[in-house]
Design a protein around this ligand. Structure first.
Ligand code: NAG
Ligand code: NAG
Length: 528
Protein backbone atom coordinates (compact mmCIF):
# COMPACT_ATOMS: atom_id res chain seq x y z
CA UNK A 1 0.00 0.00 0.00
CA UNK A 2 2.92 2.25 0.61
CA UNK A 3 4.21 1.68 -2.91
CA UNK A 4 4.90 4.71 -5.01
CA UNK A 5 2.29 5.76 -7.47
CA UNK A 6 3.01 4.47 -10.94
CA UNK A 7 0.12 6.30 -12.47
CA UNK A 8 1.16 8.26 -15.51
CA UNK A 9 -1.90 8.81 -17.65
CA UNK A 10 -3.58 11.53 -15.73
CA UNK A 11 -2.09 14.59 -17.30
CA UNK A 12 -2.74 13.30 -20.77
CA UNK A 13 -6.26 12.26 -19.96
CA UNK A 14 -7.35 15.47 -18.33
CA UNK A 15 -7.62 17.73 -21.40
CA UNK A 16 -9.65 15.04 -23.11
CA UNK A 17 -12.00 15.00 -20.16
CA UNK A 18 -12.65 18.70 -20.36
CA UNK A 19 -13.01 18.56 -24.09
CA UNK A 20 -15.66 15.89 -23.67
CA UNK A 21 -17.60 18.07 -21.30
CA UNK A 22 -17.26 21.01 -23.61
CA UNK A 23 -18.68 18.91 -26.41
CA UNK A 24 -21.52 17.74 -24.21
CA UNK A 25 -22.45 21.31 -23.55
CA UNK A 26 -22.30 22.29 -27.21
CA UNK A 27 -24.25 19.28 -28.36
CA UNK A 28 -26.89 19.47 -25.73
CA UNK A 29 -27.48 23.10 -26.47
CA UNK A 30 -27.97 22.46 -30.16
CA UNK A 31 -31.54 21.69 -30.99
CA UNK A 32 -31.98 18.17 -32.35
CA UNK A 33 -28.84 16.16 -31.57
CA UNK A 34 -29.26 13.60 -28.79
CA UNK A 35 -27.50 14.02 -25.46
CA UNK A 36 -23.94 13.22 -26.51
CA UNK A 37 -22.03 11.97 -23.51
CA UNK A 38 -24.86 10.05 -22.00
CA UNK A 39 -24.43 6.81 -20.23
CA UNK A 40 -26.65 3.77 -20.32
CA UNK A 41 -27.99 3.92 -16.78
CA UNK A 42 -30.36 1.02 -17.47
CA UNK A 43 -27.37 -1.17 -18.28
CA UNK A 44 -25.59 0.10 -15.18
CA UNK A 45 -28.65 -0.79 -13.09
CA UNK A 46 -28.76 -4.33 -14.46
CA UNK A 47 -25.05 -4.76 -13.81
CA UNK A 48 -25.21 -3.40 -10.28
CA UNK A 49 -27.72 -6.09 -9.33
CA UNK A 50 -25.51 -8.87 -10.70
CA UNK A 51 -22.86 -7.91 -8.17
CA UNK A 52 -25.04 -9.06 -5.27
CA UNK A 53 -25.25 -12.52 -6.83
CA UNK A 54 -21.45 -12.67 -6.95
CA UNK A 55 -21.30 -11.87 -3.23
CA UNK A 56 -23.76 -14.57 -2.21
CA UNK A 57 -22.74 -17.08 0.41
CA UNK A 58 -24.56 -20.37 0.94
CA UNK A 59 -26.47 -22.66 -1.37
CA UNK A 60 -26.92 -20.87 -4.69
CA UNK A 61 -30.34 -21.17 -6.35
CA UNK A 62 -31.10 -22.68 -9.75
CA UNK A 63 -31.56 -19.22 -11.29
CA UNK A 64 -28.16 -17.90 -10.16
CA UNK A 65 -26.92 -15.74 -13.06
CA UNK A 66 -23.33 -15.27 -11.94
CA UNK A 67 -22.27 -18.76 -12.85
CA UNK A 68 -18.59 -18.55 -12.01
CA UNK A 69 -19.68 -18.74 -8.37
CA UNK A 70 -20.77 -21.95 -6.63
CA UNK A 71 -22.12 -23.03 -3.23
CA UNK A 72 -19.97 -22.00 -0.27
CA UNK A 73 -20.06 -21.67 3.50
CA UNK A 74 -22.43 -24.65 3.70
CA UNK A 75 -21.44 -25.48 7.27
CA UNK A 76 -21.58 -21.91 8.60
CA UNK A 77 -22.89 -22.05 12.18
CA UNK A 78 -22.61 -25.84 12.43
CA UNK A 79 -19.98 -25.72 15.19
CA UNK A 80 -22.38 -23.67 17.30
CA UNK A 81 -25.44 -25.69 16.37
CA UNK A 82 -27.14 -22.91 14.41
CA UNK A 83 -27.93 -22.67 10.68
CA UNK A 84 -26.09 -19.63 9.36
CA UNK A 85 -25.91 -20.70 5.73
CA UNK A 86 -26.53 -17.80 3.34
CA UNK A 87 -26.06 -14.06 3.48
CA UNK A 88 -23.36 -12.02 1.81
CA UNK A 89 -19.61 -11.68 1.85
CA UNK A 90 -18.94 -8.01 2.40
CA UNK A 91 -16.12 -7.36 -0.04
CA UNK A 92 -13.10 -9.22 -1.44
CA UNK A 93 -12.79 -11.64 1.45
CA UNK A 94 -15.00 -14.45 2.71
CA UNK A 95 -16.13 -13.18 6.11
CA UNK A 96 -19.78 -12.48 6.79
CA UNK A 97 -19.78 -9.25 8.78
CA UNK A 98 -23.18 -8.41 10.26
CA UNK A 99 -22.96 -4.63 10.38
CA UNK A 100 -22.07 -3.87 6.75
CA UNK A 101 -24.38 -6.65 5.56
CA UNK A 102 -27.37 -5.14 7.33
CA UNK A 103 -26.43 -1.63 6.20
CA UNK A 104 -26.26 -2.87 2.60
CA UNK A 105 -29.81 -4.21 2.88
CA UNK A 106 -31.05 -0.95 4.41
CA UNK A 107 -29.62 1.05 1.50
CA UNK A 108 -30.90 -1.38 -1.15
CA UNK A 109 -34.35 -1.22 0.44
CA UNK A 110 -34.31 2.57 0.60
CA UNK A 111 -33.52 2.67 -3.11
CA UNK A 112 -36.46 0.37 -3.88
CA UNK A 113 -38.82 2.31 -1.61
CA UNK A 114 -37.99 5.60 -3.35
CA UNK A 115 -37.51 4.38 -6.92
CA UNK A 116 -39.57 1.24 -7.26
CA UNK A 117 -41.32 2.30 -10.47
CA UNK A 118 -38.08 3.53 -12.01
CA UNK A 119 -36.41 0.17 -11.25
CA UNK A 120 -39.42 -1.71 -12.60
CA UNK A 121 -39.11 0.28 -15.84
CA UNK A 122 -36.04 -1.79 -16.71
CA UNK A 123 -37.22 -5.27 -17.60
CA UNK A 124 -36.79 -7.84 -14.83
CA UNK A 125 -34.76 -5.61 -12.54
CA UNK A 126 -37.36 -5.07 -9.83
CA UNK A 127 -37.44 -8.83 -9.33
CA UNK A 128 -33.63 -8.91 -9.13
CA UNK A 129 -33.60 -6.05 -6.65
CA UNK A 130 -36.15 -7.82 -4.44
CA UNK A 131 -34.09 -11.01 -4.65
CA UNK A 132 -30.98 -9.11 -3.59
CA UNK A 133 -32.80 -7.75 -0.54
CA UNK A 134 -34.38 -11.08 0.35
CA UNK A 135 -31.04 -12.88 0.18
CA UNK A 136 -30.03 -10.64 3.07
CA UNK A 137 -33.26 -10.65 5.06
CA UNK A 138 -33.64 -14.46 4.83
CA UNK A 139 -30.24 -14.64 6.43
CA UNK A 140 -31.10 -12.15 9.18
CA UNK A 141 -34.16 -14.25 10.07
CA UNK A 142 -31.87 -17.28 10.52
CA UNK A 143 -29.31 -15.27 12.48
CA UNK A 144 -31.89 -13.89 14.92
CA UNK A 145 -32.48 -17.13 16.81
CA UNK A 146 -34.04 -15.70 19.97
CA UNK A 147 -35.49 -12.23 20.76
CA UNK A 148 -32.22 -11.37 22.49
CA UNK A 149 -29.75 -13.37 20.38
CA UNK A 150 -28.31 -12.22 17.07
CA UNK A 151 -25.47 -14.00 15.30
CA UNK A 152 -23.46 -11.10 13.97
CA UNK A 153 -20.45 -12.60 12.23
CA UNK A 154 -19.14 -15.79 10.62
CA UNK A 155 -15.42 -16.20 10.11
CA UNK A 156 -12.91 -13.61 11.17
CA UNK A 157 -10.83 -11.10 9.30
CA UNK A 158 -7.54 -12.19 10.75
CA UNK A 159 -7.53 -15.87 9.70
CA UNK A 160 -9.43 -15.10 6.51
CA UNK A 161 -6.86 -12.58 5.36
CA UNK A 162 -4.01 -15.05 5.85
CA UNK A 163 -5.42 -17.05 2.96
CA UNK A 164 -6.31 -16.28 -0.65
CA UNK A 165 -9.01 -18.80 -1.46
CA UNK A 166 -12.24 -18.88 -3.38
CA UNK A 167 -15.20 -19.08 -1.01
CA UNK A 168 -15.92 -22.50 -2.54
CA UNK A 169 -12.57 -23.76 -1.15
CA UNK A 170 -12.44 -22.00 2.22
CA UNK A 171 -10.39 -23.79 4.86
CA UNK A 172 -10.34 -20.83 7.24
CA UNK A 173 -12.21 -20.65 10.53
CA UNK A 174 -15.97 -20.40 10.15
CA UNK A 175 -16.58 -19.73 13.78
CA UNK A 176 -19.78 -17.77 14.35
CA UNK A 177 -20.10 -14.92 16.85
CA UNK A 178 -23.26 -14.01 18.67
CA UNK A 179 -24.65 -11.06 20.54
CA UNK A 180 -26.87 -11.62 23.56
CA UNK A 181 -27.79 -9.98 26.87
CA UNK A 182 -24.32 -10.57 28.34
CA UNK A 183 -22.55 -9.66 25.11
CA UNK A 184 -24.58 -6.80 23.69
CA UNK A 185 -23.99 -5.24 20.30
CA UNK A 186 -26.32 -2.35 19.77
CA UNK A 187 -24.95 -1.21 16.39
CA UNK A 188 -25.65 -4.54 14.70
CA UNK A 189 -28.96 -5.19 16.47
CA UNK A 190 -30.23 -1.72 15.53
CA UNK A 191 -28.88 -1.78 11.97
CA UNK A 192 -30.43 -5.21 11.38
CA UNK A 193 -33.69 -3.82 12.78
CA UNK A 194 -33.42 -0.89 10.35
CA UNK A 195 -32.72 -3.25 7.43
CA UNK A 196 -35.67 -5.52 8.25
CA UNK A 197 -38.02 -2.58 8.83
CA UNK A 198 -37.01 -0.98 5.51
CA UNK A 199 -37.31 -4.33 3.72
CA UNK A 200 -40.77 -4.84 5.23
CA UNK A 201 -41.90 -1.71 3.40
CA UNK A 202 -40.47 -3.14 0.18
CA UNK A 203 -42.33 -6.45 0.53
CA UNK A 204 -45.56 -5.08 1.98
CA UNK A 205 -47.43 -5.05 -1.31
CA UNK A 206 -46.16 -8.26 -2.87
CA UNK A 207 -45.52 -10.54 0.10
CA UNK A 208 -47.43 -9.24 3.14
CA UNK A 209 -46.77 -12.28 5.36
CA UNK A 210 -43.05 -11.96 4.80
CA UNK A 211 -43.21 -8.22 5.44
CA UNK A 212 -45.00 -8.89 8.72
CA UNK A 213 -42.38 -11.44 9.73
CA UNK A 214 -39.61 -8.93 9.00
CA UNK A 215 -41.34 -6.30 11.09
CA UNK A 216 -41.72 -8.70 13.97
CA UNK A 217 -37.95 -9.38 13.93
CA UNK A 218 -37.18 -5.69 13.49
CA UNK A 219 -39.19 -4.70 16.56
CA UNK A 220 -37.57 -7.39 18.69
CA UNK A 221 -34.09 -6.49 17.51
CA UNK A 222 -34.63 -2.82 18.23
CA UNK A 223 -35.87 -3.64 21.71
CA UNK A 224 -32.83 -5.91 22.25
CA UNK A 225 -30.36 -3.31 20.98
CA UNK A 226 -31.94 -0.52 23.00
CA UNK A 227 -32.44 -2.42 26.25
CA UNK A 228 -29.02 -4.09 26.29
CA UNK A 229 -26.80 -1.30 25.16
CA UNK A 230 -23.19 -1.93 24.32
CA UNK A 231 -20.67 -1.40 21.56
CA UNK A 232 -20.58 -4.51 19.46
CA UNK A 233 -16.84 -4.50 18.94
CA UNK A 234 -16.41 -4.95 22.69
CA UNK A 235 -18.45 -8.14 22.50
CA UNK A 236 -16.97 -9.34 19.22
CA UNK A 237 -13.34 -8.26 19.47
CA UNK A 238 -12.49 -10.12 16.26
CA UNK A 239 -14.24 -7.39 14.25
CA UNK A 240 -11.77 -4.75 15.41
CA UNK A 241 -9.58 -3.51 12.59
CA UNK A 242 -12.23 -4.47 10.03
CA UNK A 243 -15.54 -2.96 11.05
CA UNK A 244 -14.89 -1.29 14.39
CA UNK A 245 -17.62 1.13 15.35
CA UNK A 246 -16.11 4.59 15.67
CA UNK A 247 -19.37 6.52 15.97
CA UNK A 248 -20.85 4.21 18.59
CA UNK A 249 -24.44 3.00 18.53
CA UNK A 250 -26.52 6.09 19.11
CA UNK A 251 -26.76 6.90 15.43
CA UNK A 252 -27.92 3.33 14.73
CA UNK A 253 -30.59 3.59 17.45
CA UNK A 254 -32.07 6.77 15.96
CA UNK A 255 -31.77 5.39 12.44
CA UNK A 256 -33.55 2.18 13.44
CA UNK A 257 -36.29 4.05 15.33
CA UNK A 258 -36.96 6.22 12.27
CA UNK A 259 -37.08 3.21 9.95
CA UNK A 260 -39.42 1.43 12.34
CA UNK A 261 -41.63 4.48 12.45
CA UNK A 262 -41.65 4.63 8.65
CA UNK A 263 -42.57 0.94 8.51
CA UNK A 264 -45.15 0.77 11.31
CA UNK A 265 -46.43 4.36 11.82
CA UNK A 266 -46.30 3.41 15.51
CA UNK A 267 -45.83 6.71 17.34
CA UNK A 268 -43.62 5.03 19.97
CA UNK A 269 -40.74 5.03 17.47
CA UNK A 270 -41.33 8.61 16.45
CA UNK A 271 -41.36 9.69 20.09
CA UNK A 272 -38.10 7.80 20.62
CA UNK A 273 -36.41 9.74 17.81
CA UNK A 274 -37.76 13.02 19.18
CA UNK A 275 -36.99 12.33 22.83
CA UNK A 276 -33.41 11.20 22.14
CA UNK A 277 -32.73 13.60 19.29
CA UNK A 278 -30.37 15.80 21.25
CA UNK A 279 -28.80 13.40 23.74
CA UNK A 280 -27.96 10.93 20.95
CA UNK A 281 -26.47 13.61 18.72
CA UNK A 282 -29.20 13.42 16.10
CA UNK A 283 -29.83 17.14 16.12
CA UNK A 284 -26.38 18.24 17.27
CA UNK A 285 -23.88 16.42 15.07
CA UNK A 286 -23.18 17.92 11.67
CA UNK A 287 -20.91 15.37 10.04
CA UNK A 288 -19.74 15.32 6.46
CA UNK A 289 -19.40 11.55 6.29
CA UNK A 290 -22.24 9.09 5.75
CA UNK A 291 -21.19 5.45 5.90
CA UNK A 292 -21.81 1.96 7.36
CA UNK A 293 -20.40 3.36 10.62
CA UNK A 294 -21.47 7.01 10.79
CA UNK A 295 -25.17 7.40 10.03
CA UNK A 296 -26.07 10.83 11.34
CA UNK A 297 -26.53 12.38 7.89
CA UNK A 298 -28.70 9.44 6.84
CA UNK A 299 -31.01 9.59 9.84
CA UNK A 300 -31.17 13.37 9.64
CA UNK A 301 -32.23 13.12 6.01
CA UNK A 302 -34.81 10.48 6.89
CA UNK A 303 -36.19 12.69 9.68
CA UNK A 304 -36.18 15.70 7.36
CA UNK A 305 -38.51 13.92 4.94
CA UNK A 306 -41.14 13.09 7.59
CA UNK A 307 -44.37 15.06 7.28
CA UNK A 308 -44.71 17.81 9.88
CA UNK A 309 -48.52 18.11 9.85
CA UNK A 310 -50.18 17.11 13.07
CA UNK A 311 -47.05 17.51 15.20
CA UNK A 312 -46.97 19.75 18.23
CA UNK A 313 -44.71 22.80 18.45
CA UNK A 314 -41.82 21.04 20.13
CA UNK A 315 -41.90 18.10 17.73
CA UNK A 316 -41.91 20.48 14.78
CA UNK A 317 -38.96 22.29 16.25
CA UNK A 318 -36.96 19.09 16.68
CA UNK A 319 -37.83 17.91 13.17
CA UNK A 320 -36.61 21.28 11.94
CA UNK A 321 -33.31 20.78 13.79
CA UNK A 322 -32.88 17.38 12.16
CA UNK A 323 -33.62 18.99 8.84
CA UNK A 324 -31.14 21.77 9.30
CA UNK A 325 -28.36 19.24 10.05
CA UNK A 326 -29.37 17.14 7.05
CA UNK A 327 -29.25 20.20 4.84
CA UNK A 328 -25.84 21.14 6.17
CA UNK A 329 -24.57 17.75 4.96
CA UNK A 330 -26.34 18.01 1.62
CA UNK A 331 -25.15 21.58 1.02
CA UNK A 332 -21.58 20.59 1.94
CA UNK A 333 -21.67 17.97 -0.80
CA UNK A 334 -23.10 20.49 -3.24
CA UNK A 335 -20.32 22.92 -2.29
CA UNK A 336 -22.88 25.49 -1.19
CA UNK A 337 -21.90 26.12 2.42
CA UNK A 338 -19.91 29.23 3.24
CA UNK A 339 -17.08 27.33 4.90
CA UNK A 340 -17.51 23.63 5.54
CA UNK A 341 -17.79 21.93 2.19
CA UNK A 342 -16.83 18.48 0.99
CA UNK A 343 -13.48 18.18 -0.76
CA UNK A 344 -13.31 17.28 -4.41
CA UNK A 345 -10.70 15.84 -6.70
CA UNK A 346 -9.54 18.03 -9.61
CA UNK A 347 -11.83 15.90 -11.81
CA UNK A 348 -14.83 16.78 -9.63
CA UNK A 349 -15.32 13.63 -7.55
CA UNK A 350 -16.33 14.03 -3.90
CA UNK A 351 -13.35 13.09 -1.83
CA UNK A 352 -13.41 11.94 1.80
CA UNK A 353 -10.43 9.66 2.22
CA UNK A 354 -7.95 7.51 0.42
CA UNK A 355 -9.35 4.17 1.53
CA UNK A 356 -12.43 3.14 -0.45
CA UNK A 357 -13.42 6.72 -1.18
CA UNK A 358 -16.21 5.60 -3.53
CA UNK A 359 -18.36 4.42 -0.63
CA UNK A 360 -18.73 8.03 0.51
CA UNK A 361 -19.55 9.16 -3.02
CA UNK A 362 -22.30 6.64 -3.66
CA UNK A 363 -23.69 6.97 -0.12
CA UNK A 364 -23.85 10.77 -0.44
CA UNK A 365 -25.43 10.44 -3.87
CA UNK A 366 -28.29 8.39 -2.40
CA UNK A 367 -29.10 11.00 0.24
CA UNK A 368 -28.99 13.74 -2.39
CA UNK A 369 -31.24 11.78 -4.73
CA UNK A 370 -33.74 10.95 -1.99
CA UNK A 371 -33.80 14.57 -0.86
CA UNK A 372 -34.21 15.83 -4.39
CA UNK A 373 -37.26 13.57 -4.66
CA UNK A 374 -38.62 14.94 -1.41
CA UNK A 375 -38.15 18.55 -2.50
CA UNK A 376 -39.86 17.89 -5.80
CA UNK A 377 -42.86 16.18 -4.24
CA UNK A 378 -43.28 18.90 -1.62
CA UNK A 379 -42.49 21.74 -4.02
CA UNK A 380 -39.56 23.11 -2.03
CA UNK A 381 -35.95 24.12 -2.60
CA UNK A 382 -32.85 23.49 -0.54
CA UNK A 383 -31.68 26.78 0.91
CA UNK A 384 -27.94 26.53 1.38
CA UNK A 385 -25.81 29.35 2.78
CA UNK A 386 -24.55 30.51 -0.61
CA UNK A 387 -27.36 29.47 -2.91
CA UNK A 388 -30.82 28.06 -3.15
CA UNK A 389 -30.82 24.72 -4.95
CA UNK A 390 -33.80 23.04 -6.56
CA UNK A 391 -34.38 19.33 -7.09
CA UNK A 392 -33.18 19.38 -10.71
CA UNK A 393 -29.91 20.99 -9.83
CA UNK A 394 -29.32 18.47 -7.05
CA UNK A 395 -29.93 15.64 -9.51
CA UNK A 396 -27.54 17.16 -12.02
CA UNK A 397 -24.85 17.06 -9.36
CA UNK A 398 -25.69 13.43 -8.60
CA UNK A 399 -25.44 12.79 -12.33
CA UNK A 400 -21.97 14.36 -12.42
CA UNK A 401 -20.82 11.95 -9.70
CA UNK A 402 -22.42 8.94 -11.36
CA UNK A 403 -20.98 9.92 -14.74
CA UNK A 404 -17.56 10.18 -13.15
CA UNK A 405 -18.07 6.66 -11.78
CA UNK A 406 -19.10 5.34 -15.19
CA UNK A 407 -16.16 6.77 -17.11
CA UNK A 408 -16.33 10.53 -17.36
CA UNK A 409 -13.10 10.97 -15.41
CA UNK A 410 -9.41 11.70 -16.02
CA UNK A 411 -8.47 8.00 -16.11
CA UNK A 412 -11.23 7.29 -18.64
CA UNK A 413 -12.17 4.24 -16.58
CA UNK A 414 -15.49 3.00 -15.34
CA UNK A 415 -15.18 2.27 -11.64
CA UNK A 416 -18.29 0.15 -11.95
CA UNK A 417 -16.70 -3.14 -12.97
CA UNK A 418 -17.92 -4.63 -16.25
CA UNK A 419 -19.52 -1.39 -17.43
CA UNK A 420 -18.30 0.10 -20.71
CA UNK A 421 -15.05 -0.90 -22.37
CA UNK A 422 -12.48 0.12 -19.75
CA UNK A 423 -12.76 -0.81 -16.08
CA UNK A 424 -10.52 -2.26 -13.35
CA UNK A 425 -9.26 -5.72 -14.34
CA UNK A 426 -7.55 -6.71 -11.09
CA UNK A 427 -10.23 -6.21 -8.51
CA UNK A 428 -9.06 -7.26 -5.04
CA UNK A 429 -11.47 -10.18 -4.69
CA UNK A 430 -10.66 -13.77 -3.84
CA UNK A 431 -13.34 -15.40 -5.97
CA UNK A 432 -13.01 -13.16 -9.02
CA UNK A 433 -9.21 -13.38 -9.14
CA UNK A 434 -9.12 -17.20 -8.95
CA UNK A 435 -10.16 -19.52 -11.73
CA UNK A 436 -13.85 -20.36 -11.53
CA UNK A 437 -14.85 -23.37 -9.49
CA UNK A 438 -17.09 -24.29 -12.40
CA UNK A 439 -14.10 -24.64 -14.73
CA UNK A 440 -11.64 -26.11 -12.29
CA UNK A 441 -12.73 -27.80 -9.09
CA UNK A 442 -9.17 -28.65 -8.04
CA UNK A 443 -8.80 -27.32 -4.53
CA UNK A 444 -6.85 -24.06 -4.16
CA UNK A 445 -5.01 -24.01 -0.83
CA UNK A 446 -4.61 -21.11 1.56
CA UNK A 447 -1.14 -19.94 0.50
CA UNK A 448 -1.35 -21.47 -2.94
CA UNK A 449 -3.97 -18.88 -3.78
CA UNK A 450 -1.54 -16.08 -2.96
CA UNK A 451 1.21 -17.69 -5.07
CA UNK A 452 -0.87 -18.70 -8.05
CA UNK A 453 -3.63 -16.10 -8.27
CA UNK A 454 -3.11 -13.04 -6.10
CA UNK A 455 0.36 -12.13 -7.34
CA UNK A 456 -0.36 -12.52 -11.05
CA UNK A 457 -0.20 -9.54 -13.34
CA UNK A 458 -2.94 -10.94 -15.61
CA UNK A 459 -6.50 -9.66 -15.36
CA UNK A 460 -8.88 -11.52 -13.07
CA UNK A 461 -10.32 -14.62 -14.77
CA UNK A 462 -13.84 -13.61 -13.61
CA UNK A 463 -15.32 -10.16 -14.08
CA UNK A 464 -16.99 -8.95 -10.87
CA UNK A 465 -19.75 -7.23 -12.83
CA UNK A 466 -21.50 -4.38 -11.02
CA UNK A 467 -18.94 -3.94 -8.26
CA UNK A 468 -18.04 -0.35 -7.40
CA UNK A 469 -14.35 -0.40 -6.44
CA UNK A 470 -12.68 1.91 -3.91
CA UNK A 471 -11.75 4.22 -6.76
CA UNK A 472 -9.19 6.91 -7.43
CA UNK A 473 -7.14 8.99 -5.00
CA UNK A 474 -7.37 12.71 -4.36
CA UNK A 475 -5.65 13.41 -7.68
CA UNK A 476 -8.01 11.21 -9.71
CA UNK A 477 -5.29 8.60 -10.04
CA UNK A 478 -5.95 4.89 -9.90
CA UNK A 479 -3.63 1.90 -9.94
CA UNK A 480 -5.25 -1.29 -11.11
CA UNK A 481 -3.36 -3.75 -8.94
CA UNK A 482 -4.79 -6.49 -6.73
CA UNK A 483 -2.44 -5.53 -3.91
CA UNK A 484 -3.80 -1.97 -3.96
CA UNK A 485 -6.93 -2.83 -2.01
CA UNK A 486 -7.59 0.73 -0.90
CA UNK A 487 -8.53 1.37 -4.55
CA UNK A 488 -9.36 -1.99 -6.17
CA UNK A 489 -11.51 -3.62 -3.52
CA UNK A 490 -15.28 -3.35 -3.83
CA UNK A 491 -17.86 -3.56 -1.03
CA UNK A 492 -21.56 -4.37 -1.09
CA UNK A 493 -22.42 -1.00 0.48
CA UNK A 494 -20.61 0.83 -2.36
CA UNK A 495 -22.96 -0.54 -5.00
CA UNK A 496 -26.16 -0.78 -2.90
CA UNK A 497 -27.06 2.93 -3.04
CA UNK A 498 -26.43 3.05 -6.80
CA UNK A 499 -29.32 0.73 -7.64
CA UNK A 500 -32.03 3.33 -7.00
CA UNK A 501 -29.91 6.18 -8.38
CA UNK A 502 -29.23 4.41 -11.69
CA UNK A 503 -32.96 3.80 -12.02
CA UNK A 504 -33.76 7.45 -11.38
CA UNK A 505 -31.17 8.70 -13.88
CA UNK A 506 -32.37 6.16 -16.41
CA UNK A 507 -35.89 7.53 -16.13
CA UNK A 508 -34.61 11.08 -16.42
CA UNK A 509 -32.60 10.27 -19.52
CA UNK A 510 -35.53 8.55 -21.16
CA UNK A 511 -37.70 11.55 -20.47
CA UNK A 512 -35.15 13.96 -21.88
CA UNK A 513 -34.08 12.02 -24.99
CA UNK A 514 -37.29 13.12 -26.65
CA UNK A 515 -36.68 16.63 -25.42
CA UNK A 516 -33.15 17.98 -25.81
CA UNK A 517 -34.07 21.23 -24.10
CA UNK A 518 -34.59 19.27 -20.92
CA UNK A 519 -31.08 17.81 -21.06
CA UNK A 520 -29.61 21.20 -21.89
CA UNK A 521 -31.31 22.57 -18.83
CA UNK A 522 -29.37 20.22 -16.57
CA UNK A 523 -26.52 22.51 -15.53
CA UNK A 524 -23.84 19.89 -16.00
CA UNK A 525 -20.80 22.09 -15.79
CA UNK A 526 -21.77 24.28 -12.92
CA UNK A 527 -20.46 21.90 -10.30
CA UNK A 528 -17.28 20.69 -11.97
C1 NAG B 1 -45.84 0.35 19.31
O1 NAG B 1 -44.54 -0.15 19.61
C2 NAG B 1 -44.34 -0.44 20.98
C3 NAG B 1 -42.89 -0.84 21.14
O2 NAG B 1 -42.58 -1.91 20.31
C4 NAG B 1 -45.31 -1.51 21.44
O3 NAG B 1 -45.13 -1.76 22.81
C5 NAG B 1 -46.74 -1.05 21.17
O4 NAG B 1 -47.63 -2.09 21.47
C6 NAG B 1 -46.89 -0.64 19.72
N1 NAG B 1 -48.19 -0.04 19.51
C7 NAG B 1 -49.02 -0.44 18.57
C8 NAG B 1 -50.30 0.32 18.46
O5 NAG B 1 -48.79 -1.39 17.85
C1 NAG C 1 -22.66 33.18 4.21
O1 NAG C 1 -22.16 34.19 3.36
C2 NAG C 1 -23.13 35.14 2.95
C3 NAG C 1 -22.51 36.06 1.92
O2 NAG C 1 -21.25 36.50 2.32
C4 NAG C 1 -23.67 35.87 4.16
O3 NAG C 1 -24.67 36.79 3.76
C5 NAG C 1 -24.27 34.86 5.14
O4 NAG C 1 -24.69 35.49 6.32
C6 NAG C 1 -23.26 33.78 5.49
N1 NAG C 1 -23.94 32.77 6.27
C7 NAG C 1 -23.35 32.14 7.29
C8 NAG C 1 -24.19 31.16 8.03
O5 NAG C 1 -22.20 32.35 7.64
Amino acid sequence: MKEKSICQNTLLAQPKHFLQHFLVLILSLSSTLPFAHSFDYGDALSKSLLYFEAQRSGHLPYNQRVTWRHHSGLTDGLEQGVDLVGGYYDAGDNVKFGLPMAYTITLLSWGVIEFRDEIAAVDGELRHALEAIKWGTDYFIKAHTHPHVLWAQVGDGYTDHLCWQRPEDMTTSRRAYKLDEENPGTEVAAETAAAMAAASIVFRGTNPQYAQLLLHHAEQLFEFGDKYRGKYDSSIKEVKGYYSSVSGYRDELLWAALWLYKATHNITYFDYAILNAESFGGTTWAIREFSWDVKFAGLQTLAATLPTEGRDKEQKQILQQYRSKAEHYLCANLNKNNFTNAKRTPGGLLYTRRWNNMQYVSNAALLLTVYSNHLRSTDQTLDCQTDSVGPTKILSFVKSQVDYILGSNPMGLSYLVGYGSAYPMRVHHRGASTTSYKDDKVFVGCMQGYHTWFGRHDPNPNVLVGALVGGPDKNDEFRDKRVNFAQTEACTYNTAPLVGIFAKLHELEKGSSSNTIASASLPLLSFI
